[in-house]
Design a protein around this ligand. Structure first.
Ligand SMILES: Cc1cc2nc3c(=O)[nH]c(=O)nc-3n(C[C@H](O)[C@H](O)[C@H](O)COP(=O)(O)O)c2cc1C
Length: 162
């Protein structure tokens, strides 16, 4: 059986919503990335500070976890788009492991459009085997049922390819 790990970061719940839809539809371990110093999700300044962190390619320290992605056959990575890029906590995670040759599938949640950010996400993981990728526009707010179904259909197709 394919050993699957879902890794995600979420500040305001959208990426988490997709992570949970995926976890409910396949047999997988799940890891939520938590920075030790989290942005305040309700403050207007989060866009500035978070956008700055993302643009500067910061790798904030994460809370400890004892999961090793290298032990899995497929690693599914999910992040919100921050300043047309991946979120800093996802960058921290990716800086810890060499996923060269590893099967990965990528999803991103965004507000505007996630195209440029997805190109960057793929660029960062270019040495991995990117099986599939998908983006969701604010899935908690916009047609959450449809987005959940999209996520489930997506993960089924990813599973078939590995
Ligand atoms: C600091 C910050 C920067 C963001 N930058 C972008 C952006 O460049 N493009 C975009 O489409 N959405 C941007 N967003 C919106 C998020 O990507 C979007 O709300 C996403 O669904 C949030 O996922 P989450 O609820 O899992 O945290 C930004 C949000 C934050 C907090």
């Amino acid at each position: 059986m394919t050993k699957i790990l879902i890794v995600y970061y979420s500040l305001t719940g959208n990426t988490q919503f997709i992570a949970e839809a995926l976890r409910d539809s396949v047999e997988a371990d799940i890891l939520e990335l938590k920075p030790i110093k989290e942005l305040n999700a309700d403050k207007g300044t989060r866009f500035m500070w978070g956008g700055f962190q993302s643009t500067m390619k910061k790798t904030p320290e994460l809370m400890d976890f004892d999961i090793n992605p290298l032990e899995y056959d497929l690693v599914i990575l999910g992040t919100p788009v921050w300043a047309w890029n991946i979120s800093p906590p996802m960058r921290s995670f990716l800086s810890k492991f060499d996923l060269t040759g590893k099967n990965v599938a990528l999803w991103m949640c965004h507000a505007g459009d996630g195209i440029k950010a997805m190109i960057r996400f793929k660029e960062i993981l270019k040495s991995a085997n990117i099986v599939e990728s998908i983006t969701f526009q604010q899935p908690l707010k916009n047609d959450s049922d449809t987005n959940k179904e999209r996520a489930i259909d997506w993960i089924k197709s990813v599973e078939k390819k590995v």
